[in-house]
Design a protein around this ligand. Structure first.
Ligand SMILES: [Zn+2]
Length: 176
């Protein structure tokens, strides 16, 4: 007699239960986090870390102002949470979706965490650390290489940032 019916699922059935969303859907989760960040008065950048089965391990947006922490970028928060969840600071076989090209700090953290793949939305020509200014994660002198894809839902990500900074220049709540 089965005591816990849930554990009787065979592997293929279990994997069939796991969400298998498209890259656009994962980026949509990151974009939703970016919008939440904007609502908190933070720069609208959001991220989601997805494992090899397609499960979202963690999702978050920027919280540098809220936490008084220059390291509280969306990517860092997501890596920290996923690390706690897995009980391991290494996060191999994961993909990070983030709305903006990561900075050098976050790109470095992705290398430390051994994240396999990075998918970003808009490019950041002023501070980008994986393509634009620096190519952290692509440098064979480091012991981990990151697969990088950019431009996914880039227009939506860039529009969020543009609107956010436009609003700040004209003052809070002064939106036409
Ligand atoms: Zn960063």
């Amino acid at each position: 007699m089965p005591t816990a019916s849930g554990v009787k699922l065979k592997a293929p059935e279990v994997s069939a239960l796991l969400p298998r969303e498209s890259p656009e859907q994962y980026m949509a989760v990151a974009l939703a986090e970016a919008r939440l960040a904007a609502a908190r008065g933070e720069v609208p950048i959001g991220a989601a870390l997805v494992d090899e089965a397609g499960q979202i391990l963690a999702q978050n947006g920027n919280r540098t102002i809220e936490l008084c922490d220059p390291g509280a970028h969306a990517e860092m928060l997501v890596l920290r949470e996923a690390g706690r969840l897995r009980g391991n600071y290494r996060l191999p076989r994961t993909t990070l979706y983030v709305t903006l090209e990561p900075c050098v700090m976050c790109a470095g953290a992705l290398v430390h965490a051994r994240v396999s793949r990075l998918v970003y939305g808009a490019i950041d020509p002023k501070a980008g650390g994986v393509v634009s200014l620096f190519q952290v994660g692509q440098d064979p002198r480091l012991n981990h290489l990151l697969a990088v894809e950019g431009g996914l839902l880039a227009a939506e990500s860039a529009a969020l940032l543009r609107d956010f900074f436009r609003e700040r220049r004209t003052g809070w709540g002064m939106k036409s």
